[in-house]
Write a protein of this length. Sequence first.
Length: 262
Amino acid sequence: MGVSQDPMFSVIIASRNAGRHIGEALDSLLAHGEARCEVIVIDGNSSDSTTDVLAQYEPRFADRLRWISEPDAGIYDAMNKGLAMASAEWVVFLGADDRLAQGAFAAVEKCVANAEGASIVCGVTRVVGQGADFIESPRSFRAAHIPKRAPARHQSIYVRRQALLAIGGFYTRWPIAADYDAYLRLCEAGAEEALTDAVLSEFRLGGISSTLKARTAAEYRDIRIAHGAAPTVEHLVMFKSLAAVWVFAALRRVGLARGARR
């Protein structure tokens, strides 16, 4: 495929001091062919080797890699900058320490072909890191008045660029879960979604949403309230979610401890 052909996908990566892992993310994109997508990296003025790594990878993408490095107002400000620079029909947002799964683009293309009119495509996420390695299958919550979460992690969600621009991108008032708020606004705007059972990304634990669990749960609660949910009910939902997270973490620690003793 020649580089003159317009790519179907814009992969947007927000980074800051990610020199240790961003090469792995870029390698996972190169494995699909440099012309399958355009890659946009918005770096938050890193002080490590991130920009050196980006400069080294530029020639390998044959003009499909663009990046900037400057101060920003957080990850969703960076993601909005990337969205403004994107030109492909579909956008997906990877973390600098995430990886695109083998066959992801082909799986999304197939799903789009089979679900004409869909503006959101969600797939399977492989979750790794901190002793974890498991699969999260997508699950739709559209039947609920206010979906309690998006069908998948944002690394495995592809959105039509024009649909995301039409709702104003990400609201930076939500520093942890603006992607969830954007999903709700897409739903409210009538965007249709399609699910695929293909693995689309590998998500590495350790980001802000996976380390600040109480703050994340509180922000989800506040977002649902902002979208019309009853505050009393949402307080109960938040505590239930936190309890489930703590139980899961405790069971995983027990499992790791047993494995270490064997």
